[in-house]
Design a protein around this ligand. Structure first.
Ligand SMILES: [Zn+2]
Ligand SMILES: [Zn+2]
Length: 734
C-alpha cells in the first residue's frame, strides 16, 4: 500500500537509537501475544471438535440400537435385512454432517498451530536476533566515536606537552652562557620544529575527528536507525500476511462446512414420507385370516339349534323388535349422512390448511375431526346393528311389522299404582317405570313392553278405555289361573322374568333384555324350578368331540322323566342361579364387598357358609354382602319337597318382609370371612378321559373348579395337582 508519508527514522530521530530500539523490541515481543492467541483459539476449536464428534458418536450408537425397530417395527413378519428406512438414512446424513463439521474444527485447530502460531514464533525469534545485531553494531559505532574523541584528546595533550617543551627550551637559552647559549638556541629551534609537526598532527586529528563525528551522526547512526525501521516494517508486513492466512484458513473451514450443510439440505427432501411406510408394510404384511364367526352354542343342559323361534309369542316379540329397529334405522341413516358430511367438511378444512389456504391450527382441526368421526362411528354401529336385526327377523318371519297396529307407547313413571295389561301385576315401587298407549290407554311394565301384541285398536274414548282396561286385566289374570298358582310357575310367563331384566347384559338395539326373553319365548326350555336332575342311573349325556362341538349333548332324556325327585342331593345344575333381593341397602365396607341398593334383584353365587356373608352378583358386579341383608327368593315348590337346600337357610326367617317400602336400616353385620373360598364341583356322572388333557371322573367325585367355562362346553378342574378338562354338563357346583 502506497502512502504519502515516508517517515525516515535516520533523518528524523537522529541519534535516538535507544528509544527506537526499545520500541522495535516491544513490537517483536508482541508477536508472542499473537501466537499465544492462536494457540488458545486452537484449544477451543479442538475441544469443540471433540464435543461434536462425541455427540455424533453417541447418536450413531442410539440409531444403531433403534434402527431396526424404527424401520420395520418390533415384530416384523419378514426378517429385516441390513436395510434401514429412508428416515433412518436421512438421520444418518445429519450425523455424518456433524462428524464432518467436527473434523473441520479439528483440522482448523491444527492449522492454527502449524500455519500461524508456530511460524509466528519462528519469525519473532529471527526478528529478535536481527534486532540484537543492530544493538551490537550501535555499540561498536559508539566505541569507535569515543575512541576517536580519545585520540584527539591525546593529540591535544601531546601538543600541549610539546609547546611546554618549547617554552622550556626557550627558558634554557636565557639561563645559558657562551657556547652553551648556542647549543640551547639550537635545541630551542629543534624543539620548535618538533612542536610544529605535533601541532600539524593535532590540527589534522581535529579535522579527522570532526569528520568522523559528522559521519557518526549523519551517516552511521541514521543508517542503523533506518535498518531498525525496516526491521519493524518487515515485521508488520509479515504479520499482515499471517493474519490474512488466518482469515483464509477460517473462511475455507466455514466454506467446507457450508458445503456439508448444503448437501444435507438436499438430502432431506429425498426422505419421502411414503418410503418409511412402504418399508414397514413390506416387513409386516402377513397372511390375514378373519377371526372365525361366532356360532350358536346350545346350553349345556338344553339341546337346541340356532334357528330363530317363530311361535306366536316369539312373533309378537319379533314384530315389536322389528318395528322398533326399522323405525330407528331411518333415523340412524339420516344421522349418519349428516355426520358423514360433517366429517367430510372437516377433512376439507384440513386439506386447506395443508395447502396453506387456511390459517387455522391443524392439530385443533384434527382433534375436532376425531370427535366427529367418533360420533359418526357410534351412529354407524347402531345403524349396522339395527340393519342386522331387521334382516335377521325378516329373513325368518318376513316383514311382520307391515299391517301391525303398534301401540303409541309413551314412557311413563307411574305415580299412581296401576296394573300391567300384559302380566296383570302392579306397576309400582321398584318397577314403576313403564309405558302407556297415548291412543288406547294400554299400560305395561317396561319389561313387558316388547311382549305386548301389536293390536292397538286406535284412539279410544274414556269409557272405551275403561272397558278395555277391565277386559285386559281379566285376560291377564285369566292367563294366571290357567297356569296355576303364581308360585308354581311351570309356564307362567311374566313371573319368571322378574329378576332377570336387571341382570341382563345382553340387549338388542331396541333396549330389550335378551335374558328375559329367553325365559319367556323359549317355551321348550326347562324352567328354573325343574332342572335336569340326575335321574336314577340314566346313562350320562354323550360327550362331543373336544373343542369343535356343534351340537350340545341332549339333556332332554333327563327332563322327560317327570320331576318330583328334587330331594336328590345332586341339587341344581350350574345354569340355575339362586335369586334374591336386597332387603336393605348395603354399603361396601371392605375389599371383596359390594355396594347394592335396597330392593335390587341379585343372584346368589355362593351361599352363606356360616360366616353370615354370601357372595352375590348384582348386574355385572360380584361381591360379598351380609346374608341377613338378602331375601332369598324361593325357587321351588314347597320347601318340604326340597330338603337340604343350602340356599334356603338364610331365607326362612326373613321371608315375609319382602316388599316393605321405605328406607330401612340393615341389621348389624358379622365380620366377613377371610380368604376367598375355593369353588368345588361334583361329578354328576362317570366320565372316562378321552385324552391326556382330560380327567376321568367317578360319579360323586369332587374337584376344585378352576374354570366352568373353558370353552365349547368344557370345564377346567383340578385333581391331584393337575388341571385338566372335563365336560361342563357332567358337573354341578357345590
Ligand atoms: Zn294402543
Ligand atoms: Zn307387566
Amino acid at each position: 500500500m502506497e502512502i504519502d508519508i515516508a517517515p525516515q527514522f535516520g533523518a528524523e530521530l537522529k541519534d535516538r537509537f535507544k528509544p527506537v530500539n526499545a520500541w522495535v523490541s516491544n513490537g517483536i515481543a508482541w508477536l508472542d501475544d499473537i501466537q499465544q492467541f492462536y494457540r488458545e483459539r486452537s484449544t477451543i476449536e479442538k475441544e469443540y471438535a471433540g464435543k461434536l464428534s462425541a455427540l455424533a458418536k453417541k447418536y450413531f450408537e442410539k440409531k444403531a440400537r433403534k434402527s431396526s425397530s424404527l424401520s420395520v417395527g418390533d415384530t416384523p413378519t419378514v426378517t429385516p435385512g441390513s436395510l434401514e428406512s429412508a428416515s433412518m438414512t436421512t438421520w444418518g446424513v445429519q450425523l455424518t454432517t456433524l462428524e464432518s463439521r467436527a473434523a473441520e474444527h479439528d483440522q482448523f485447530a491444527g492449522q492454527l498451530i502449524a500455519n500461524l502460531a508456530d511460524p509466528l514464533k519462528n519469525l519473532a525469534a529471527r526478528y529478535e536476533e536481527l534486532r540484537k545485531y543492530h544493538v551490537e553494531y550501535a555499540g561498536k559505532l559508539e566505541k569507535e566515536r569515543d575512541s576517536t574523541y580519545g585520540d584527539l584528546r591525546k593529540m591535544k595533550g601531546k601538543y600541549d606537552n610539546v609547546c611546554q617543551e618549547v617554552e622550556n627550551r626557550r627558558k634554557k637559552i636565557d639561563g645559558s652562557f657562551d657556547h652553551g647559549k648556542q647549543k640551547a638556541r639550537n635545541a630551542f629551534e629543534q624543539q620548535q620544529l618538533e612542536m610544529r609537526n605535533v601541532k600539524n598532527t593535532y590540527v589534522i586529528t581535529i579535522n579527522v575527528t570532526n569528520k568522523q563525528k559528522a559521519m557518526y551522526y549523519h551517516e552511521y547512526v541514521p543508517e542503523l536507525l533506518e535498518s531498525l525501521q525496516d526491521l519493524s516494517e518487515t515485521r508488520v508486513a509479515k504479520l499482515n500476511s499471517i493474519w490474512s492466512l488466518a482469515a483464509q484458513i477460517e473462511t475455507q473451514t466455514l466454506s467446507r462446512s457450508m458445503d456439508y450443510l448444503k448437501h444435507l439440505s438436499s438430502e432431506i427432501p429425498r426422505n419421502n414420507p411414503l418410503l418409511d411406510s412402504m418399508m414397514f408394510v413390506r416387513h409386516n404384511a402377513g397372511a390375514w385370516q378373519d377371526p372365525a364367526d361366532f356360532q350358536f352354542e346350545p346350553s349345556p343342559v338344553w339341546l337346541d339349534d340356532g334357528n330363530v323361534a317363530t311361535d306366536d309369542a316369539a312373533k309378537v316379540f319379533l314384530r315389536n323388535v322389528l318395528t322398533k329397529s326399522k323405525g330407528q334405522l331411518g333415523e340412524y341413516r339420516r344421522e349418519l349422512d349428516k355426520k358423514r358430511r360433517e366429517v367430510e367438511n372437516a377433512k376439507k378444512i384440513r386439506q386447506s390448511i395443508r395447502d396453506g389456504k387456511d390459517k387455522r391450527d391443524e392439530v385443533e382441526v384434527v382433534r375436532a375431526l376425531f370427535a366427529l368421526q367418533e360420533s359418526m362411528h357410534e351412529v354407524e354401529r347402531q345403524k349396522v346393528t339395527a340393519e342386522v336385526e331387521v334382516s335377521t327377523i325378516t329373513s325368518v318371519v318376513g316383514d311382520v311389522s307391515i299391517g301391525a297396529s303398534q301401540h303409541n307407547f309413551k314412557s311413563q313413571t307411574f305415580k299412581i299404582p296401576t296394573n300391567c295389561d300384559l302380566c296383570g301385576e302392579r306397576i309400582w315401587g321398584l318397577s314403576a317405570k313403564g309405558f302407556d298407549c297415548r291412543d288406547c290407554g294400554y299400560t305395561c311394565h317396561s319389561k313387558c313392553e316388547m311382549k305386548v301384541p301389536a293390536d292397538c285398536p286406535g284412539e279410544q274414548t274414556k269409557e272405551e278405555k275403561k272397558k278395555l282396561k277391565t277386559e285386559r286385566q281379566d285376560a291377564a289374570h285369566a292367563a294366571h289361573s290357567v297356569n296355576g298358582t303364581p308360585s308354581d310357575s311351570q309356564s307362567e310367563l311374566p313371573r319368571i322374568s322378574r329378576s332377570d331384566t336387571i341382570n341382563s347384559m345382553n340387549t338388542l338395539s331396541s333396549g330389550y333384555s335378551a335374558t328375559a326373553h329367553r325365559s319367556i319365548s323359549g317355551g321348550m326350555s326347562p324352567t328354573e324350578e325343574n332342572p335336569p336332575e340326575k335321574a336314577n342311573k340314566v346313562a350320562p349325556p354323550p360327550v362331543a368331540a373336544r373343542r369343535n362341538r356343534i351340537v350340545a349333548p341332549p339333556p332332554a332324556q333327563y327332563i322327560k322323566d317327570d320331576g318330583g325327585d328334587l330331594a336328590s342331593s345332586s341339587g341344581l345344575p350350574k345354569s340355575t342361579e339362586q335369586k334374591g333381593k336386597m332387603l336393605y341397602a348395603y354399603q361396601q365396607n371392605g375389599e371383596g364387598e359390594l355396594t347394592v341398593p335396597e330392593g335390587r334383584d341379585v343372584s346368589v353365587l355362593e351361599p352363606d357358609d356360616g360366616s353370615g356373608w354370601i357372595k352375590i352378583r348384582a348386574g355385572s358386579k360380584e361381591g360379598l354382602v351380609p346374608a341377613a341383608y338378602v331375601e332369598i327368593l324361593s325357587l321351588t315348590p314347597p320347601p318340604s319337597n326340597r330338603p337340604g337346600s343350602t340356599y334356603s337357610a338364610s331365607s326362612v326367617s326373613l321371608s315375609g318382609s319382602i316388599s316393605a317400602p321405605g328406607k330401612k336400616k340393615g341389621p348389624a353385620v358379622a365380620p366377613k370371612r377371610g380368604a376367598k373360598k375355593l369353588k368345588y364341583v361334583e361329578a354328576l356322572y362317570d366320565y372316562k378321559a378321552q385324552s391326556d388333557a382330560e380327567h376321568s371322573m367317578a360319579e360323586g367325585e369332587r374337584f376344585v373348579l378352576i374354570n366352568m367355562e373353558a370353552g365349547d362346553g368344557w370345564a377346567d378342574v383340578e385333581k391331584g395337582g393337575l388341571v385338566k378338562s372335563v365336560p361342563a354338563n357332567y358337573l354341578q357346583e357345590i
